[in-house]
Design a protein around this ligand. Structure first.
Ligand SMILES: Nc1ncnc2c1ncn2[C@@H]1O[C@H](COP(=O)(O)OP(=O)(O)OP(=O)(O)O)[C@@H](O)[C@H]1O
Ligand SMILES: [Mg+2]
Length: 277
């Protein structure tokens, strides 16, 4: 007999479900004020918002990385495949199929590109042949990394380091990648390249993404669904195509309005007057 959970929602299985979470740093600083979001299987979900909106905090709440920052989830729940992951450490999460690629693309600078990638396979128990196969898969998606595989990671470019960080995550065979600000500090062409790879991984390998980005324009072109965070609250959410056409999003996040493109100065002065609520 089917239970209620099986009879509802047969098409888009929900992988990650963040329900009304509150996060406090240092016991007093309330940063997330009731954030809810879901990531369906096979989806690219964007978490958008400006500096300090709470994107990284949300990802770290999911992957249980807040303790080292004196942060704590004080309300709400976080579930993966219906199971609470509140107490799962990052290694448990990797086993469940969830991995975070941190903001600022941390690599082991003194290791080569390939050694960095292999560190991502440390939880694997399926032997060298399978690991080698996945290394080939990573090189297939990131041909630049193949070229640079013997180079010391610390001497590769910012874009290559972002690719190393993503490639290393792939080596754990994740079902869902929490990807924090992949576009940060990269030239537009490289940003396109990296988002193109995200799309390919999503479509061909079935990897789901929760993607934190300030770059609304790029993120909404590649994501299926978006949430906009401001000061620790979701102020708007919807299918990416709808958000792209939303006049407020156009004006405040894409720097455009119906009268055409506005200058950055105009947008800034509008920003000061803006009220979502
Ligand atoms: N360890 C910490 N202790 C205290 N406050 C923190 C800590 N980390 C972040 N914050 C605060 O929490 C808020 C949200 O920060 P967060 O890093 O989640 O934002 P973000 O959306 O990722 O921003 P950015 O786009 O700049 O990366 C900010 O006001 C920030 O100052
Ligand atoms: Mg951040």
């Amino acid at each position: 007999m089917l239970d209620a959970a099986q009879t509802t929602d047969v098409q888009a299985e929900t992988l990650l479900e963040v329900n009304n979470i509150e996060v406090i740093y240092n016991h007093v600083i309330l940063v997330l004020k009731g954030v809810s979001l879901t990531v369906p299987k096979g989806g690219i979900t964007a978490l958008l918002g400006g500096n300090g909106a709470g994107k990284t905090t949300t990802l770290k709440a999911v992957s249980n990385l807040l303790h080292s920052e004196r942060g704590e989830v004080t309300k709400g729940s976080i579930r993966y495949r219906g199971e609470s992951i509140h107490a799962s450490d990052p290694a448990d999460l990797v086993e469940k199929g969830v991995i975070q690629v941190m903001e600022g693309r941390h690599c082991f600078e003194h290791l080569t590109v390939e050694e960095n990638l292999l560190t991502g396979a440390y939880t694997r128990k399926d032997g060298n042949a399978a690991i080698q196969q996945d290394l080939d898969l990573v090189y297939n998606y990131f041909p630049r990394l193949k070229e640079r595989r013997r180079s010391q990671a610390g001497y590769t470019s910012g874009g290559e380091q972002q690719m190393v960080a993503m490639g290393r995550a792939l080596m754990s065979r994740p079902e869902t990648i929490l990807l924090d600000e992949p576009s940060m500090g990269l030239a537009p062409q490289l940003v396109e390249e990296i988002f193109g790879i995200v799309k390919d991984l999503n479509e061909k390998e079935g990897v789901s993404f929760l993607l934190a980005e300030q770059n609304t324009n790029v993120a909404l072109r590649f994501a299926h669904y978006g949430y906009i965070l401001e000061s620790g609250r979701v102020v708007m959410d919807g299918p990416a195509a709808e958000l792209r056409e939303n006049p407020d999003v156009k004006e405040f996040y894409l720097g455009m309005s119906d009268e055409g493109r506005k200058s950055f100065r105009d947008v800034r002065s509008y920003r000061r007057r803006k009220r979502w609520l």
